[in-house]
Design a protein around this ligand. Sequence first.
Ligand code: UTP
Length: 478
Amino acid sequence: MGLKQELTEKLERHGQGHLLQFWDDLDDERRKFLATEIASIDFGQLDRLIVEHVRGDDAAAAGEIQPVQVDPIEVVRMPQTDAERAARRRATEAGEEALSAGEVGIVIVAGGSGTRLGYNGPKGTFPIGPVSSASLFQIHAEKVVALGRRHGKQPPLYVMTSPENHATTVKFFEDHDRFGLDHVRFFLQGQMPAVDRETGKILLAAPDRLAMSPDGHGGTLKALAAPGEEGCLPSCLDEMGGRGVRTLFYFQVDNPMVEIADPTFIGLHRQADAEMSFKVIEKLTPEEKVGVVVTVDGKPQVIEYSDLPKALAEKRSEEGQLAYWAGSIAIHVLECSFIERLIGVHRLPYHRAIKKVSYLDPAGQVVKPAEPNAVKFEQFIFDALPESSRYVIVETDRAVEFEPLKNAVGPDSPATVHQRMSDLFGGWLEQAGAVVPRRPDGTVPFAIEISPLFALDAHELKSKIDPGLVVERPIYLR
Ligand code: UTP
């Protein structure tokens, strides 16, 4: 049987025969390329996803849960008493020991498309330093280098990319001499086809190419376990094992405020013998777009903001605090052994995302839709939580650790990130004895930046500046 016939039979069985509509116009090489893309798809799985997420009823498709019993989850809150502060110090020491022993690896997920930001390049290359214009990648990398200096061992860094931004990301690091990192490895995440939201048909990006998109940050787990490039390298997990790394600190590229490998968080996770742990912030309004960590029928779980029933989102305690306040900020600690166990037995569910995806119409013309026309399928890392046998949920302060770059303007945009970084660094300078002007609303009136190579935290800064320093204009300490 010829290749075309073989593919036709396979595709027709799944209602996707249109993928070969330009076959006769393609040369051999492009036919081979298309055949390889088609071969990479698990059509049985895709059929199920289309039934569930494209043809299913809206509530089921949106993943809305029909909870039997949803309860707030137990959270390690900010320490208030001396005893709690002492317990934190012990946790910090445990985390520091793990870092000094070289048992901690760092994973940045940077495979997303960054469509809302609309920046021409991988989001990690975006110049976000409020004074220096240092990229997100540079700021993260400098933190890793500084951690190495502090703990005597630099944690190895693993950067997840996707086929659409892999080469540019690797080149960016090479062009900057890998920012002084001892060990950085890039690993590719998987892809899923985007389908038409009305018909479930896979969209074509070109006559020989399907409209593929990254399979979500949940794809990190299987990507860490997959063999390296062209099967020549060990998987990242195997490599980590060989280096003595047991525990991973995971975060997303778009948050420059993240306290990478925070020893207290790592220590709390380890003291509890946890498999997966979460940092959370207090959700301020029922509408705030963060997923909340709860228990469902006694099991820990994250409910996405779009799936949280309104009555639960608005429920308050007697003191007036939101009952479901523990907002996940996508900062995790995971045991390598947990990922290995999970990969063997469990597949994270796929969620649907309705997005604008350009495609070829039957006449071969590129259509750029004005409205969302496609369903993308994505796995979310937090869906691993219910599978963990032990976990710790730790509260942090959003002003200190969370301001992701998502949009070009408005909330979570370069302007808000600059302001929040400057406010944080202004606070560090004040703690070190400097005088920093403040607007009536408490924000600082100009850009302030401190390179992680100069100081990783307020405590370190204290030993480096004159206590009488008066800050009168933009300042970058490096
Ligand atoms: P977001 O869900 O905010 O997506 O990803 P995004 O790609 O950055 O931006 P939009 O939605 O297209 O505007 C949160 C984090 O997860 C990573 C992103 O790189 C970002 O760090 N991510 C997301 C992946 O690594 N892979 C994915 O498939 C999706």
